[in-house]
Ligand binder design. Structure first.
Ligand code: LFR
Length: 452
């Protein structure tokens, strides 16, 4: 086995990054070599990706990284670009937080919620690609749909394809056969030829110059789950950033009516796994408040930690999805829920953190009940692992220890899947995870005694 050096490109909600990962048989080390803004652009009322500058920044990052043995790209799910017959991009991709999918519930009823769940295993989220496509105006000229990381990989290599972890979030994939659900495509009036061939993480897509571009878990959450340093299968994870993705890892999907009603999703993971999880609104609530206030997150959390538990609201209410005006929407939600109304910034932050911890608990409990997989520990990975108030309150609410870290789980998952293709490491997810355990810092939070 040889040591390798790879570039992991990760496009997140407020920024994109290029990280360099160095992997040997016993170690994995990461270094950020380029960070750039990722700001959606609102034009004539529609929220878009500003995709070409992102591609340029990604290239600049790869150049800064120096010689690498591989490049892997991941980003958030559900969004896509459309290409014309010549392979040219048909306008800027629309951002999933755009309001064009406000009618998604009706669309779900029209398609048949039960049938849709039986085929795709996906939770209802208004922005799932299937609902975006039902509101899409450019289909007549489109010959091809590429999910965002696949689009960037296409620009790098000239090769088109659909990496399966991200494809599974379209709600147009049959979760059991792991093939495109062409019947569903026909029902929403979309030609199946729009979708390219599926590819598994760990395939080489093509070359950028002399460097292989490798399909990783291109859905950022799929890579983050690879990066969970679990010691055995009795774990729940919270991939905690803009969203909290809360669930367990399974071998087969759970497609029961109870699971559908609880709005749990069966997204596909790396190595044939199923990410059985629910989306909790996540730190978006806090990020949006901080953006509006122009305040310092650490200071706010410190002040919130001094308060006792206050208002608890349902953070998953779709009113919180779009950007803008978040503090007012939170105060209004407290009023509607007959909760104490937070009177200052610290109280709003405390309400967000308590509400997230409670939503984490519900999701961890229900994931176990619905899947039959019992857990002894909750792993928190991603930026939220730095939020000690949230980690402690989550441990207290779940009555389970929380192991927090690594913050960079997504990049680690991206890097390790590449390293395995390149022969620097071998083995299954358990082996990749043991490498992470051996080289990354994890902080343990015990549940408070009063919570036991
Ligand atoms: C997290 C994430 C979630 C997905 C949401 C929208 O970054 O990818 O998994 O539900 O963003 O795509």
């Amino acid at each position: 086995m040889r040591d390798v050096r790879v570039a992991a490109v990760d496009l997140g909600a407020s920024s994109g990054r290029v990280m360099v990962g160095e992997v040997g048989p016993y170690t994995v080390a990461l270094r950020e070599c380029h960070r750039f803004e990722n700001r959606p652009a609102r034009v004539h009322g529609t929220l878009h990706w500003d995709i070409l500058p992102l591609y340029q920044e990604m290239l600049a990052g790869v150049r800064t990284a120096g010689p690498v043995d591989g490049i892997g790209v991941d980003s958030w799910a559900v969004d896509y670009g459309l290409l014309d017959a010549d392979g040219a991009l048909l306008g800027n991709p629309v951002h999933y937080r755009d309001e064009r999918t406000n009618g998604a519930r009706d669309n779900l009823e029209r398609l048949g919620a039960q049938e849709l769940y039986a085929t795709t295993g996906l939770q209802f989220l208004p922005f799932n690609t299937i609902h975006q496509l039902s509101a899409e105006t450019r289909l007549d000229s489109a010959q091809r749909l590429l999910m965002i990381p696949d689009l960037l990989a296409y620009w790098l290599t000239g090769e088109q394809g659909a990496e399966i972890t991200n494809a599974s979030t379209t709600q147009l994939l049959d979760v059991r056969s792991r093939t495109w659900a062409t019947g569903l495509m026909a029902r929403i009036g979309v030609d199946p030829s729009l979708f390219p061939e599926l590819r598994e993480p760990g395939t080489v897509i093509g070359d950028f110059g002399a460097t292989p571009v490798i399909a990783v878990g291109s859905h950022d959450t799929a890579s983050a789950v690879v990066g969970v340093p679990a010691a055995n299968e009795r774990f729940a994870y919270i991939s905690c950033g803009t969203w909290s993705l809360v669930g367990v890892e399974l071998d087969t999907p759970v497609l029961t009516e109870a699971s559908r009603e609880a709005n749990f999703t069966n997204e596909l993971g790396v190595d044939g796994t199923v990410r059985y999880l629910r989306n909790v609104m996540g730190l978006w609530l806090l990020q949006e408040c901080v953006r509006e206030w122009g305040a310092d997150t650490t200071e706010l959390l410190r002040a919130a930690a001094k308060l006792s538990k206050g208002a608890v609201i349902d953070p998953d209410d779709p009113v919180f999805l779009p950007p803008g005006g978040m503090p007012a929407r939170i105060v209004e939600a407290c009023r509607r829920a007959d909760q104490p109304v937070p009177e200052d910034r610290a109280a709003i932050v405390r309400c967000i953190v308590d509400s997230l911890a409670d939503a984490h608990r519900r999701a961890v409990e229900e994931a176990q009940e619905l899947s039959g997989r019992a857990v002894d520990v909750v792993h928190v990975v991603g930026g939220g692992a730095r939020n000690s108030l949230l980690c402690q309150l989550t441990a207290d609410a779940c009555h389970l220890p929380v192991l927090a870290g690594p913050v960079e789980a997504t990049a680690l998952g991206n890097v390790l899947v590449q390293a395995r293709v390149l022969g620097a490491v071998s083995g299954d997810l358990a082996q990749l995870r043991s490498l992470i355990r051996g080289s990354q810092q994890v902080t343990r939070y015990e549940p408070a005694r009063s919570a036991l």
